[in-house]
Design a protein around this ligand. Structure first.
Ligand code: T46
Length: 135
């Protein structure tokens, strides 16, 4: 089966006069079992997060508040996604160098991911990433 590429997943929205509600179930709305959730917040203006790749972990990034931009590099081309809607998630398969920037004030990046935290799953060295891409 062809490997899924990064793409936006539109999550369910329940509209209500009391406010809206969105949700995500693993292997249903999200194409993996959810093993961990973390979120990034209080990001100072101009800061950059990420700058690494994952060997196995799949992720879904959601801007639950505010906005930020995610740049994904596969070793050849870069694709950028600006997230600003709490009902949209960016699916990222393993093998993409990811950087997050342009965080708006008060923004929150929630991440659903397929594996528990392990530093062994990270490639944080850019040259090591390029070497892996080149075979
Ligand atoms: C990603 C982007 C969007 C933990 O102890 N447990 C965790 O679950 C995570 C995610 C991190 N950490 C520790 C590891 C570092 O000592 O928290 C510290 C900061 O992590 P990092 O520098 O990797 O943070 P970001 O924002 O650069 O990257 C994180 C995720 O690590 C990464 O997978 O995709 O958010």
């Amino acid at each position: 089966m062809e490997k899924m590429k990064p793409h936006i997943i539109v999550l369910p929205r329940i509209f209500d006069p009391r406010g809206s509600l969105s949700f995500a179930e693993g292997e249903n709305h999200v194409p993996f079992d959810i093993a961990r959730v973390y979120w990034i917040y209080d990001v100072p203006a101009g800061e950059v997060r990420g700058s690494h790749s994952h060997k196995e972990a799949k992720s879904l990034l959601v801007a639950t508040n505010g906005s930020f931009t995610v740049h994904l590099f596969d070793g050849k081309t870069t694709e950028s996604f600006t997230l600003s809607r709490p009902f949209e998630g960016l699916y990222i398969p393993p093998g993409y160098w990811r950087t997050l920037d342009n965080f708006s004030s008060g923004s929150v990046c929630m991440v659903l991911t397929s594996l528990p935290y392990s530093e062994d799953d990270y490639i944080r060295d850019y040259n090591e990433f390029l070497n892996q891409c080149n075979g």
